[in-house]
Design a binder for this molecule. Structure first.
Ligand SMILES: *[C@@H]1O[C@H](CO)[C@@H](O)[C@H](O)[C@H]1NC(C)=O
Ligand SMILES: *[C@@H]1O[C@H](CO)[C@@H](O)[C@H](O)[C@H]1NC(C)=O
Ligand SMILES: *[C@@H]1O[C@H](CO)[C@@H](O)[C@H](O)[C@H]1NC(C)=O
Ligand SMILES: *[C@@H]1O[C@H](CO)[C@@H](O)[C@H](O)[C@H]1NC(C)=O
Length: 335
């Protein structure tokens, strides 16, 4: 373990990271938690985030409700508002209330796609509200822990991950302490409604992000501590290779306007079971070809809890976490 700590410190020293300082906390209505992922609509509205009670909220930046999250929609087709509103995370009735994790807009249609941990791939219309369930099972096998997604802006194809086929979201602690490698990467084509499995055997498939030209898609493995690249088109189509090997556990990955990738990485220290040990939280920025360009320390904000997402939008860096009650906005000087 001391070797690991030395390696991490060495890695910090060599890469001389910059630090992200907190500018603002966008608070969810109390007692909700868990804005695991963030999305922005085609007009720059948002961020939109999921929460522990199965609702999706939109942050209002200006006007009468400015500075607050307002309800936008929900992801469970069987959600009961009276029963579910105000629910905290890992409650057993999330199997009814839903748990929206990954979010992403189709900017052509302004439809919001949602990876719900219990209900698979979901779509919410341009005015919010009730969900349409798009993918609940793949070739007869139910999705048990849908996790993240990315929408190809040209084709509308949705890439999404299943963290594990053997554990559900409510078994997250058990999954984190397992050697599970039953995660998958899928693609859903809205023109045909067909779903295809691209990669399987992933060690907790977490985030997913497509390249700017749609030629490849990256998938992170939280337990596998690496980022894999699946080639969609070209000479290497239908093959995969390793994009990056990490010293920590990568969660969501997001492409920025310069076609680089931000990935949230957690380096857990100590021997106590995940996710409780002390954690070094960072945002890593990679070039499209896999060069590590920047390491941003998020310890100022996420010192004791894992970070799930780092996303750059309109010159600002945002942070998401499964455990926090807010989305974080960081100072911009390092972008
Ligand atoms: C982007 O940020 C600028 C200021 O930094 C602001 O004027 C503009 O409205 C923002 N655009 C969106 C779409 O949020
Ligand atoms: C996966 O889902 C199926 C159907 O919903 C269920 O029967 C099975 O027990 C689930 N597996 C786990 C580990 O939750
Ligand atoms: C895909 O499914 C939607 C319902 O979710 C349906 O309206 C549409 O006609 C289907 N498209 C095709 C090509 O099957
Ligand atoms: C990749 O695999 C899919 C599914 O097997 C197939 O339809 C497609 O033609 C293949 N693409 C290439 C370029 O080989």
């Amino acid at each position: 373990m001391s070797i690991l700590i030395t390696l991490i410190l060495l890695f910090f020293f060599i890469c001389s990271p910059s630090a992200a300082y907190l500018l603002d906390r966008l608070q969810l209505p109390s007692p909700l938690t868990g804005p695991e992922s963030l999305a922005f609509d085609r007009n720059g509205g948002g961020p939109y985030v999921g929460s522990s009670d199965g609702r999706i909220f939109r942050y209002i930046a200006s006007g009468p409700q400015s500075g607050s999250f307002v309800e936008y929609g929900y992801s469970s087709p069987i959600r009961n508002k009276a029963m579910c509103d105000g629910l905290t995370d890992f409650s057993t009735i999330q199997t009814i209330c839903g748990r929206p994790l990954g979010l992403g807009f189709n900017h052509q249609t302004n439809e919001l796609y949602v990876a719900d941990a219990y209900f698979g791939l979901i779509k919410i219309g341009p005015n919010g509200g009730a969900p349409t369930q798009l993918v609940r099972d793949v070739q007869g096998t139910p999705l048990n822990f849908t996790n993240a997604l990315d929408v190809d802006p040209e084709t509308g194809i949705v890439y999404f991950t299943q963290a594990s086929a053997n554990y559900q979201f409510r078994d997250l602690t058990a999954l984190l302490n397992s050697g599970d490698s039953s995660g998958s990467l899928f693609m859903f084509d809205p023109r045909t409604n067909q779903t295809r499995e691209l990669l399987r055997g992933l060690a907790m498939a977490a985030g997913v992000a497509g390249s700017s030209d749609g030629s490849f898609v990256l998938v992170t493995e939280f337990l596998g501590r690496r980022i894999q690249r699946f080639w969609v088109r070209g000479d290497r189509a239908n093959t995969s290779d390793t994009f990056a090997v990490l010293l920590g556990s990568p969660d969501n990955i997001k492409r920025n306007p310069s076609n680089q990738f931000w990935v949230a990485v957690n380096s857990f220290l100590g021997l106590s079971p995940l996710p409780t040990p002390p954690v070094i939280t960072t945002g890593l920025r990679y070039s499209e070809s896999g060069f590590l360009l920047q390491i941003v320390s998020l310890l100022d904000e996420y010192g004791t809890q894992a970070v799930s997402e780092v996303q750059e939008f309109n010159g600002t860096l945002y942070g998401g976490s499964l455990y926090a009650s807010y989305a974080a906005v960081f100072t911009q000087y390092f972008l």
